[in-house]
Design a protein around this ligand. Structure first.
Ligand code: DUC
Ligand code: ZN
Ligand code: ZN
Length: 480
């Protein structure tokens, strides 16, 4: 089947220009004016609208088994909700239990993801260490298209990676040409602060942010960055929520280190007052880690995004409904951590980013798709509007609007952290692998239509850079 998108303005991370886009066999076959396309193509009228790469959410947790329960959104419902919001690819996480072979966990997640209706890929978490992990990392990179490994510096007694694991894994990732990613919170400090709060009788959701102050995140971000610096491996810090971790990234980047930062739509727009709400259900629905922060941090995060020290936007989409959150009714430590957002990320970023003048449309494209595609090495197949790229596109109506609500969203969660927010700028059409899957408010998705996306290692590129740095010569200069 083929699709002909006419009358719109194509927006990429580099430029905006009037062009038609013709898609055939799941790829972009032509981009230009007055295209001569074969008869029979389905036509989309994009008059007055923007045609952009579909969003990439590089941080989701569909059907994650976590904190004694399983996230309510699965790979089908979650990718469908993403498509309704203009996101055409997710990068989710394989998270092995400590002592579980990485390959076993990876195969389990691949099986769960077969029902996805949009493309997906996996970061793999390193939650423990032995020779088998060392070996499996190589298998994942060389045979299974994994080029990023995740490290949780929090969740002591469960999936936390201590410094020994970080050092072993970072070293191995460098050898393999993979990028390391970290959830930066000092798990020892969180554990101690949690206990102190409980001892003082603070057991409600208001204790959650108190046990995870910004310093806890800043310390871990800085530690991971310095370990990565010493071991000379690129690092991606997920869900930066505060000024302290942003400053650690900014400092390292100003010293020439290859460090990337991600920010969540929620952290840009929701503040910590939600935890002081006396309605347990409301406050618990916002319990995620790192927590929502005071407004000053939001201002810093926006500036980080504008200045280019934060590169990608994500959601950490990890849904738990009220009955699941109730597990922590008497002890905030037991509230499953996570909130949703995969459907709303693009629209809230457009409204609060482009709509306020903080971002240009091209910058919006960069932070919602292109940067993620580049950092995780799938560009220009993803994150671009170019011939040969996957036909994953969104037709964006800058005049359309929607009031976000759990009553009307497609996400499989009974709550929405953006509830009641009216956004101007919404997807009128979403195209996944050349097929129209979202059209004027109607989803037309097929279980299992999504494909696993292989992400090749960076070895040739980073390897050459590292070698050049060791020799203190610019890249590309050959020694005689
Ligand atoms: N944070 C969450 O809030 N949920 C899932 C995992 C994480 O790091
Ligand atoms: Zn995390
Ligand atoms: Zn996460």
């Amino acid at each position: 089947m083929s699709l002909h998108i006419k009358g719109g303005t194509v927006v990429t991370a580099e430029q905006a220009f009037r062009a038609e886009v013709y898609c055939a066999d799941g790829r972009i076959a032509a981009v230009g004016e007055n295209l001569d396309v074969p008869a029979g193509a389905e036509v989309v009228d994009a008059g007055g609208q923007y045609v952009m790469p579909g969003g990439i959410d590089p941080h989701t947790h569909m059907q994650l088994p976590f904190m004694g329960t399983v996230a309510s959104e699965d790979f089908f419902t979650g990718t469908a909700a993403g498509l309704a919001g203009g996101t055409t690819m997710i990068i989710d996480f394989v998270i092995p239990n400590p002592q579980q072979p990485l390959m076993e966990a990876y195969k389990q997640w691949r099986e769960w993801a077969e029902k996805a209706c949009a493309d997906y890929s996996f970061h793999v978490a390193v939650t423990w260490w032995d020779e088998s992990v060392h070996r499996d990392m190589e298998t994942l990179v060389k045979k299974h298209g994994v080029n990023s490994f995740k490290h949780f510096m929090a969740y002591k007694g469960a999936i936390m990676a201590d410094d020994e694991i970080l050092v072993n894994s970072f070293q191995r990732a460098r050898e393999l040409g993979a990028i390391c990613t970290v959830h930066a919170e000092n798990g020892e400090l969180v554990f101690t602060l949690q206990q102190e709060l409980i001892d003082k009788g603070i057991n409600g959701p208001e204790g959650h942010p108190l046990s995870r102050p910004p310093q806890v995140e800043g310390e871990a971000a800085n530690r991971a960055i310095r370990i990565a610096e010493v071991l000379d491996v690129p690092l991606y810090v997920v869900h930066n929520s505060c000024r302290q971790s942003l400053e650690a990234i900014t400092r390292a980047r100003s010293e020439g280190q290859r460090v990337f930062g991600e920010v969540l739509a929620g952290h840009l727009l929701v503040d910590d007052s939600v935890y002081r709400n006396t309605d347990f259900e409301f406050a618990a629905a916002h319990v995620m880690s790192p927590p929502f922060r005071a407004k000053e941090h939001q201002r810093a995060l926006w500036r980080g995004l504008q200045s280019g020290n934060l590169h990608t936007t994500a959601t950490d989409h990890c849904c738990f409904c009220a009955p699941q959150k109730a597990a922590g009714k008497d002890d905030f430590r037991l509230i499953p951590n996570g909130t949703g957002g995969v459907e709303d990320r693009m629209a809230v970023l457009w409204h609060h980013g482009v709509g306020t003048g903080r971002l240009t449309p091209s910058e919006f494209v960069r932070v919602t798709s292109t940067a993620a595609a580049q950092i995780f090495n799938i560009y220009p197949r993803k994150g671009s509007v170019s011939i040969g790229a996957d036909a994953d596109l969104v037709v964006w109506d800058p005049e359309g609007s929607r009031t976000i609500s759990a009553k009307t969203h497609h996400q499989n969660i009974d709550f929405n952290i953006f509830e009641g927010m009216t956004v101007k700028g919404i997807p009128s059409h979403t195209v996944s692998a050349g097929k129209l899957v979202w059209k004027d408010g109607e989803l037309n998705v097929e279980k299992g239509a999504g494909n696993y996306v292989d992400r090749p290692p960076f070895a040739p590129y980073y390897g050459a850079m590292q070698e050049a740095r060791r020799r203190k010569e610019p890249t590309g200069v050959k020694r005689k």
